[in-house]
Design a protein around this ligand. Sequence first.
Ligand SMILES: Cc1ncc(C[n+]2csc(CCO)c2C)c(N)n1
Length: 228
Amino acid sequence: MPASRGTAEPFHQWLDAQTRTLWEAIFQLPFLQELAAGTLARDRFAYFLAQDVLYLEQFAKVLARGATLADTPETREMFLRHAANVARVEERLHAELASRLGLDWDAVRQKEPAPVTVAYTDHLLRVAHTGGLSELVAAVLPCYWVYARVGERLANRLPEDEIYRRWILTYADRDFHRSVDEQLRLIDRLATAAGSNERERMERWFARSLRYEWMFWDQAYRDLAWPV
Ligand SMILES: Cc1ncc(C[n+]2csc(CCO)c2C)c(N)n1
């Protein structure tokens, strides 16, 4: 493993290179493999969807905090737009899919968050409220980047299943990929101005969120519940 990063390489490429095994583990997840094949059991997807609704509520707050910490008007506008998109695109998708699955939306929203949901959202909220803008961006980036890469891969061979197809196409969408590029450009800009301690924290929060992305699908696949 290289001890330090080259100065010419954009920071997001460095992060990508440092986390190759985590990315591979994500692509190998049975949840995603079966979703891609259209064979994923409905109750596993329903578990994911219900937990994701709880995740999104907290995620929107983290993006709003990004707007508060923003260092330029453009960055503030970006965070406000992305926070609005969570409600406009993601929550609407979830409400639609929940209704197609025959789930009671109000009951879904009132579910108890499962262990990984709590751990992941607490991590994001902690970084958002104790770190600076660069740390916040590093923590939220996997949320964008993982879904963009998964959406891109899975859109190459869409399953017959209408619900899984709709989910995949949301994350293969061009507007969504533009918002991912905005976050990638932002992290590169912030990393250029950051000192080595700050960059280390960015790398740590990025890798931690990436792990939680893996765990979030894994907990749905395993129907993880609080043990007591
Ligand atoms: C666990 C989990 N991680 C990431 C996303 C995807 N996502 C949620 S908010 C957002 C940014 C703007 O829409 C993106 C890409 C998800 N749904 N659930």
